[in-house]
Design a protein around this ligand. Structure first.
Ligand code: NAD
Length: 379
């Protein structure tokens, strides 16, 4: 089976879909790996390190059209799709809820497409879970970035020149990114508080040594995949009112609240921000999905009239591309190893398998994933 690894076309993308270490594992399975020169340049993996593991490094991406399997990281362009061979398999991040045309394009071109974001959140599939591997690093880096922009230090310091109080960090949304943000801020010595609409999270927050902010919103809950359910307009308003005071007292507010497949809820309004202290920092980790904060501008730093800094970086994981690529590539290798058929030396597209049926969007010319079949039809 011939496999081509695409190099990101977006000049802002710093990560790579495959590292030399994971390439070695795939070659051991029996895959022939080809890649475009400079594949891992921005994330610190030189062409030579791939070649040493057996990857054939080519000068351009013309190998795309012969590949049976194509591995990517960024959402592919229509131009890339037009180069792919009918019957081939594409594995990568497709941001599918926002790219219905792309899914249709895969189907009409006869390409089988796997969306890594749709891998079910089960214990068995954990090693393939790109949302977790990337958001974990994003949560870490959000704290680093927030601390860097803050005009204070995070830990308490008792010095001959007096005592410096610890900074206060408030984390809103305690999924994978939020948990890592709490752990990182605690390690850096901050006083940390957190809130999530899923009540099960309280224990996890406490076990990290942070304080859970209690807000009674009535019925909230989560889906069977563990995702938060959407709140009513009244519940959101109540949440904002209850959080306003905590935000006003915080030095760094990190928002990570997302709703899978839907726009992120607006949790910090201009009014709430106007009550925060000058120099405080808001890090909006939901920026790419519409943002949790009124005034966030994607990939830009905004300073409000009252001096609050809002950071809306769309990819904090991209700030640590070496490790983000390492874990992404490991997720890809985990998926391929799981579905590898030793006898035929190909990927086994088992439609009965829970993981495969969760992430395979198109197959043999049709959109087969039930959610997207409906969405594409109504598009
Ligand atoms: P996410 O990125 O979809 O959302 C981040 C957090 O925002 C979630 O905790 C969510 O509850 C919270 N949120 C949504 N609306 C909110 C609001 N109005 N106010 C405050 N918080 C709000 O979540 P995620 O990190 O992808 O995690 C989703 C679920 O998947 C979690 O239950 C997590 O434990 C679970 N998970 C399971 C596995 C596994 O078993 N393999 C792996 C990773 C995550």
């Amino acid at each position: 089976m011939e496999c081509f690894i695409t190099k990101a076309k977006d000049t802002r993308e710093t990560r790579t879909a495959l590292t030399p270490e994971s390439a070695e594992k795939l070659i051991q399975l029996g895959l022939t790996l080809k890649a475009e020169s400079g594949l891992g340049q921005k994330s610190g993996y030189a062409d030579q390190s791939y070649q040493e593991k057996g990857v054939i490094v080519e000068q351009d991406d013309s190998g795309l059209s012969q590949a049976d399997l194509v591995i990517g990281l960024e959402v592919p362009s229509n131009e890339t799709i037009s180069q792919l061979k009918s019957g081939s398999l594409f594995v990568g991040q497709l941001d599918p809820f926002y790219n219905l045309d792309l899914i249709e394009g895969f189907a009409t071109s006869g390409i089988n497409a796997i969306s890594m974001e749709m891998i079910p959140r089960t214990t068995l599939a954990q090693k393939m879970d790109v949302l977790s591997s990337q958001m974990n690093l994003a949560g870490y880096f959000a704290v680093i970035k927030g601390a860097e922009r803050l005009n204070k230090i995070l830990p308490m310091m008792m010095t001959p020149a007096g005592t410096i109080s610890p900074s206060r960090v408030f984390v809103i949304g305690v999924g994978v990114a939020g948990l890592q943000a709490i752990a990182t801020a605690k390690r850096m010595g901050a006083r940390v508080q957190a809130f999530d609409t899923r009540p099960v999270v309280e224990e996890q927050v406490k076990s990290l040594g942070a304080k859970f902010v209690k807000i009674d919103l009535g019925e909230t809950g989560q889906t069977d995949q563990g995702y938060a359910k959407e709140l009513t307009a009244e519940q959101i308003e109540l949440q904002r009112q209850s959080m306003a005071k905590v935000c006003a007292q915080s030095d760094i507010v990190i928002t990570t609240a997302k709703l899978f497949g839907r726009k992120a809820p607006t949790l910090l309004t201009k009014d709430m921000i106007s009550r925060m202290n000058s120099g405080s920092v808001i890090v909006d980790l939901a920026a790419a999905g519409g943002g949790n904060v009124e005034g966030t501008v994607l990939n830009e730093e905004v300073v409000t009239e009252n001096g609050v800094i809002i950071l809306g970086n769309g990819s904090f994981e991209g700030e640590v591309p070496h490790h983000a690529s390492q874990v992404y590539a490991s997720n890809i290798a985990g998926l391929l190893e799981h579905f590898w058929d030793e006898e035929s030396k190909t990927m086994n597209i088992d439609l009965e398998d829970e993981i495969m049926s969760g992430c395979l969007l198109t197959h043999e010319g049709s959109v087969i994933h039930p959610t997207f079949k409906e969405l594409v039809a109504g598009n």
